[in-house]
Design a protein around this ligand. Structure first.
Ligand code: NI
Length: 128
C-alpha cells in the first residue's frame, strides 16, 4: 500500500461555477486527502528465485512514475492528470494508465483509497 497527500477539488470545466457547486457540493472547494494506493501485480514464480515479481522494482516504478508526480501537489496541476476530474474513480483509471506500460503486463488492479469510507478499484477495460 502506497501513500501520498495531495490537494484537489472536483470541477468539471464544461460547467459553470454554480453548476459545479451544485454537482460536487463541498468537494468543489479546494481541500486535501491522505490517499492510499494499492497496486496488485501478478506473475509466475521464477524457478530460481521463487519470486513472481521483483517487489523492489515495483516499488521503485510506482514511486518514480506516480508518487513523485502527485505527492504534496495540487492534483489539478499535475501533468499526468490533465483532463481528469480527480474523483477516486478518475484517479484509479489515470493511475492504471500510468502504471500499465511500466509494469509490462503484470498489473492486475489499482485501488485508490480517498477516505476511510471511499475505495475505488480499476482493473482495465475488459476486451470484447
Ligand atoms: Ni476530495
Amino acid at each position: 500500500m502506497y501513500h501520498f497527500s495531495a490537494g484537489h477539488r472536483l470541477e468539471n470545466p464544461a460547467l459553470d461555477a454554480e453548476a459545479n457547486a451544485r454537482l460536487y457540493g463541498p468537494c468543489f472547494r479546494p481541500h486535501g486527502h491522505n490517499y492510499y494506493v494499492e497496486v496488485t501485480v501478478a506473475g509466475v514464480p521464477d524457478a530460481l528465485t521463487g519470486m513472481a515479481v521483483d517487489l523492489g522494482q515495483v516499488d521503485a516504478l510506482v514511486t518514480e512514475r506516480l508518487l513523485a508526480h502527485v505527492d504534496h501537489r495540487t492534483l489539478e496541476e499535475v501533468a499526468l492528470l490533465r483532463g481528469v476530474v480527480s474523483t477516486g474513480e478518475g484517479l484509479a483509471r489515470a493511475f492504471w494508465d500510468v502504471l500499465v506500460p511500466a509494469l509490462d503486463g503484470r498489473l492486475v488492479r489499482v485501488a485508490v483509497v480517498e477516505t476511510a469510507k471511499n475505495r475505488f478499484e480499476y482493473h482495465g477495460e475488459t476486451e470484447t
